[in-house]
Design a binder for this molecule. Sequence first.
Ligand code: UDP
Length: 374
Amino acid sequence: MEKIKNLIVGSGLSGAVLARKIAEEKKEKVLIIDRRNHIGGNVYDYKDQETNITIHKYGPHVFHTSIKEVWDFLSRFTKWHYFFYKVRAYIDGKEVNIPFNLDSLYKVFPKKIAFNLEEKLLKCYEFDTKTTILELRNSKDEDLKFLAEYIYKKVFLGYTSKQWGVDPEHIDASVSARVPIYISKDDRYFQDTYQAIPKEGYTKMVENILNHPLIELRLNVDFKEAKKELDYENLFYTGAIDEFFDYKFGKLPYRSLDIKFEKYDKEYMQSCAQMNYPNNFDFTRSVEYKYYLDEKSEKTILSYEYPCEFEEGKNERYYPIPNEENQKLYERYLQEVNEFKNIYFLGRLGDYKYYDMDKTVDRILKFAKTKEIK
Ligand code: UDP
C-alpha cells in the first residue's frame, strides 16, 4: 500500500484550489487524481488547432464574482481578459437582451405599449433594481401581469423546459432567479464587480494552481481502482457523492448536455457571444467562442447545447437538480459521511450544489480556513 497524507479526487476547480491551499498553508504533500485524461473538470478548455480559437469542451464558462478574496486568489494564477458578457435571445424574430431590461421592452412591443410598461415598472420598482420572473408574475397590476406572462412565455418557459425537462414552477426558484429582470438599461449578463476570462484559458490557470512541489497529479486514475493501493490519511472527494456510496440510497439526478460544435467558413456568425433560443430548435443556446478572448480567425466555431438526462457511462454530470426531494437524498448520503472522520465532500458534485465558478472557489477557501483538516 502506498501511504498518502492527503488524497484529492478530482482536478476541477475545487480539487485544484484545495490542493494548493493544503500544499501552501499546511505545507503537506497532496496527491490529486482524476479519471479523465485532462485537468480542470468541466472548466477544461483547449485551442482548436486549425483556427487557434479557445473552445470550452464542457460548455461556456464566463468568470464573474463580487468576492474580492476569490478574485485575488485566482489572479495569482492567471492574467485576465476583461469581458462583459452579452447575451441575447431570439424572441419573435428579434434579438433581445437577456436579462430582459427596459430597453428590451422597446425591442418587442410597439413604442406606446413599451412606454406604458416602462412607466408602470418604474412606479412599482425603483430604477436600477432587479426582480425575478416568478415575483413579477405575482404582480397585481393588469399591465404588468401581461408583461410577466409575456416574459414568462417567451424567455423562460421554453428554455427551462428544454434545459430541465420541467416548467419553471417545478424547478427551485433559485434557478430562474439566476437570470433576473433588470429595471435598468444594463445589458450585461452579470452585474458582478469582477468579470473576465483567463487570458490563457482555464486549463492553463488550473495547471498553474497545481504547479507546486508538494502537489502530485495523476490522470486517467479512477478512485475505485486506485483506493485498493492507496492508504490515505485524509480524503477530499469532489466527485459525485452517490457514486462514492455505490448508489445505496438511490441515484442523485443530474442534467447533462450533448454539446455539438460546428466550424464555419465565415468570420462571425452571431452578433454576440451567446444567443439563447427559448422558442425555437431543440438546443437552448449557441455560443461563438472567438468573442470570449477576442480571438481573430477567418473561421469561427460555435457550440449548440442539447440538454438531456445524465446517464452513467453515457454522458457527463453537468447540473445538480435543486429541489427538496433531491436535497433530502443528498443529506441522507451526507449522514453516511459523518461515520468517517477523515473524508470530506466538496465541489458541485460532492456538495450537490449548482455552484458558479466563484462560489466553488469561495467554498474551498472557506473550507481551508476551518480547523477541520487534520
Ligand atoms: N433561463 C431561461 N431563459 C434564458 C436564460 C436562462 O429560462 O434565456 C433559465 C433556465 O432555467 C436556466 C436558468 O435560467 O437553466 C439559469 O440560466 P444560466 O444562464 O445561469 O445557466 P447556466 O449558464 O448555468 O447553464
